[in-house]
Write a protein that binds this ligand. Structure first.
Ligand SMILES: Cc1cc2nc3c(=O)[nH]c(=O)nc-3n(C[C@H](O)[C@H](O)[C@H](O)COP(=O)(O)OP(=O)(O)OC[C@H]3O[C@@H](n4cnc5c(N)ncnc54)[C@H](O)[C@@H]3O)c2cc1C
Length: 387
């Protein structure tokens, strides 16, 4: 792994900094975090600005409409946008960070041409319809059925915890196209489809989180007709395509947030100095330890991004190590924030408290910590498979 910046990469950094300095003051004020339609409008407008300036899909391959940037350029982009306080991907998360990359890796030429440019331009956003009431960690036991009817699939069932469902245009949807039987184990018989969220038969019912947000929803699918041409990969080969999606989700989707957490840590240290909590040596030690953890996570990020690039763009199981450590480090960061805040930790409108509440979900979303530990044990350490 060689991540030393070349002269060319430093030119890239300089141009990006210059562009950010001009572009950011033109952004409208950020909407209320609980206003989802407002956030969609804000996040997609930012995506459009990136697109117009040539920074959209920086790490996507050039033949998928991206810039085909080097891993170092990608990391420079994350560092500099965060340093400048630029908006994060937000509502564009699924499309840009895992549905889009899956279509780029597995889709046909027509599918790439149809779906990828609107994601890069911020015209369309995607959500992920994988989990069901009885199929989260054990995703392969999903029951949503798709029955072939000519050149359509007719889909019925329900999904849960679908982030951004309320404001999404498309959904990466997993369905069962072959019932489980003695000859069809549950991992077979699954198919990856792209579903329009405005298709007749799709009902979205928002769910409220602990932090008060309706960032995810239940979805009910009643005989939804999806064209066969909107299937990515072969029929019944959806498990393999799903592994590609999950490797992007766990491997590279959260990397930008590490930079955000490092900035938040700096803010915590500053606040502790101002309110006198800095004199508490136990607190100082905790801040130092979390700082070291995030520094290590940034190194791991560099390694993962570099490895993904080397192996054709799809991240490997190293993403599970990152996901596991990152989600715990983030929770610890905001536990310390509560200590720094003291009595203000009870004011739930404070942004750090909102972050603390939402950090609790990080060890569940995108695969629980227990499941990441199983993956690390079995696929990286080669330990025997659990029953
Ligand atoms: C904020 C948030 C956003 C989400 N967004 C989406 C989304 O957009 N789209 C989507 O499809 N899903 C989404 N999810 C769902 C998420 O992927 C699931 O919640 C997660 O996979 C866990 O599944 P489950 O909730 O069914 O828990 P279960 O699978 O029922 O697990 C319950 C507990 O048992 C443990 N467990 C289960 N099996 C094993 C095992 N074999 N070994 C050891 N321990 C085990 C789990 O780790 C967990 O602690 C989101 C979840 C959250 C919290």
């Amino acid at each position: 792994m060689d991540l030393t910046s070349t002269a060319e990469e430093e030119v890239f950094r300089g141009q990006l900094k210059e562009w950010l300095a001009k572009a950011l003051p033109t952004l409208p004020p950020a909407p209320d975090p609980l206003d989802w339609p407002g956030r969609r409008a804000y996040d997609t407008a930012w995506q459009r600005m990136l697109y117009d300036a040539g920074y959209a899909g920086l790490h996507w391959p050039a033949d998928a409409g991206g810039r085909g940037a080097t891993p170092t350029q990608h990391l420079i982009f994350l560092e500099e946008t965060e340093r400048a306080g630029a908006p994060y991907v937000g509502a564009n998360f699924v499309g840009l960070l895992h549905a889009g990359p899956t279509v780029a890796a597995e889709g046909t030429a027509e599918q790439r041409a149809r779906w990828l440019p609107p994601v890069l331009r911020g015209d369309e956003i995607w959500c992920q319809g994988f989990s069901e009431p009885d199929a989260g960690s054990d995703l392969a036991s999903l029951r949503t059925r798709a029955v072939r009817d000519g050149d359509h699939y007719v889909v019925s069932g329900s999904k849960i915890w679908t982030s951004h469902a309320e404001v999404a245009d498309w959904c990466e949807l997993l369905v069962r196209t072959e019932p489980v039987s003695e000859s069809v184990p549950k991992h077979r018989g699954i198919t990856w489809l792209a579903m329009r969220m405005d298709a007749p038969g799709v009902t979205v019912r928002p769910l409220r989180t602990l932090a008060g947000s309706t960032e995810f929803a239940e979805m009910f699918l009643d005989e939804v007709r999806i064209p066969v041409t909107d299937r990515v990969g072969e029929e019944n080969d959806g498990w393999r395509v799903t592994m590609v999606t999950l490797s992007f989700e766990r491997g590279t989707a959260f990397v930008g947030e590490v930079v955000a957490c490092r900035r938040a840590l700096g803010e915590l240290a500053r606040a502790a100095r101002e309110n006198g909590r800095w004199s508490d040596t136990v607190l100082r030690r905790r801040l130092g330890r979390i700082g070291a953890e995030f520094a290590a996570l940034w190194r791991l990020t560099q390694w993962n991004v570099s490895e993904a690039q080397r192996s054709g763009g799809v991240p490997g199981t190293g993403g599970s190590v990152f996901k596991l450590r990152y989600s715990h480090a983030r929770q610890e960061l905001y536990e310390v924030a509560a200590e720094v805040l003291g009595p203000d930790a009870l004011d739930l409108s404070h942004p750090w408290n909102q972050d603390r509440l939402s950090s609790l979900s990080y060890t569940i979303a995108a695969g629980t910590s227990q499941i990441q530990q199983n993956i690390v044990a079995e696929r990286i350490l080669g330990l025997p498979k659990g029953r």
